[in-house]
Design a protein around this ligand. Structure first.
Ligand SMILES: [Zn+2]
Length: 301
């Protein structure tokens, strides 16, 4: 991953080159250094202390250093910008990490498995969804389970998001219909808005989210279509003193009087059909991405 001469200067040469990342123990702490997004590097260090549950004090310390970090109960991650000049990289890494390691040593922090904190069996490096972590042989299943739990969508906020999204689609349906076009395409927009809305507030579009969004979308299209047609009828019937509410509530009877039930149902079915055609790809994609978000874990050689 990095030139051998630089590696030996970095953290006293404690890390070994594992191809596209470095790993090892430095001053008693398990750590990996791997490339992160947007040209940055991530240093993941396993550390915890009995007198600092959940690493709260460690978090306060990193805060005071205004570091770019993430703290978990038994490890933390530091995001560092490495200098463009390769020769400056070892100093940059040492400079970022040494003060933190000093703090850990002085505070009695110890290092172990990132998941359980233990040292028996000794942690080894695992690949977890493309990241590298020191985990003991007892913990891969727990890591998987924790990951699955963290990926669960939040149903109630998600449904609220889907509702707002569907409302936008429904309003569009009515607008397109008023302009005199087949509003069916707005059904597809409504479907996509509902699912995007779910994703936005529910964090993740899982199977529950898809079913919830589809139900909301079916109801929205039904309502939007009925409002659009009632509006048309109102335009005709208002000179006979009908108000919109009466028309909307006695919709079917009035539809029969106009002998337009067939046309109405046909248009509604076209709307649902277009919605289905346009949203099926989106649903398949959501199901597929939901599957790939399962935790992939394997031991590094
Ligand atoms: Zn463990």
């Amino acid at each position: 991953m990095i030139h051998e001469m630089l590696r030996t200067k970095m953290l006293g040469g404690a890390l070994t080159d594992a191809g596209n990342y470095l790993r090892g123990t430095y001053r008693g702490y398990y750590l990996v250094l791997e490339p992160a997004a947007s040209g940055k590097y991530l240093i993941r260090v396993n550390a915890h202390a009995s007198n600092d549950p959940n690493n709260v004090k460690l978090q306060a310390f990193l805060d005071s250093k205004s570091a770019n970090y993430m703290v978990a109960p038994r490890y933390f991650e530091l995001l560092v910008n490495l200098p463009q000049t390769a020769d400056d990289i070892p100093d940059a890494v040492n400079g970022a990490l040494d003060p933190v390691i000093d703090f850990l040593s002085a505070g009695g922090y110890v290092s172990g498995c990132e998941c359980c904190g233990g040292n028996t069996p000794a942690p080894e490096c695992y690949n977890v969804n493309g990241t590298h972590r020191f985990i003991c042989a007892n913990c891969p299943d727990t890591v998987k389970q924790n990951y699955r739990n963290s990926q669960k969508g939040a149903f109630f906020p998600g449904i609220c998001g889907a509702f707002v999204g569907a409302l936008i689609g429904g309003a569009l349906w009515i607008l397109i219909y008023r302009l005199g076009y087949i509003a069916g395409i707005a059904g597809a927009v409504s479907a996509i808005c509902a699912m995007k809305g779910y994703e936005l507030l529910g964090k993740r579009l899982d199977m529950k989210g898809i079913i919830g969004s589809v139900v909301i979308m079916i109801a929205t299209i039904f309502l939007a279509s009925r409002i659009s047609w009632s509006w048309d009828m109102y335009d005709i019937l208002r000179e006979y003193d009908y108000d919109f509410k009466t028309i909307f509530l006695h919709f079917s009877e009035i539809l029969d009087t106009f002998e337009a039930s067939g046309d109405y149902i046909k248009e509604l079915l076209i709307g649902y059909g277009l919605t289905a055609v346009c949203s099926v790809g989106y649903i398949i994609e959501a199901v597929r991405s939901g599957r790939t978000q399962n935790c992939q874990i394997s031991k590094e050689s």
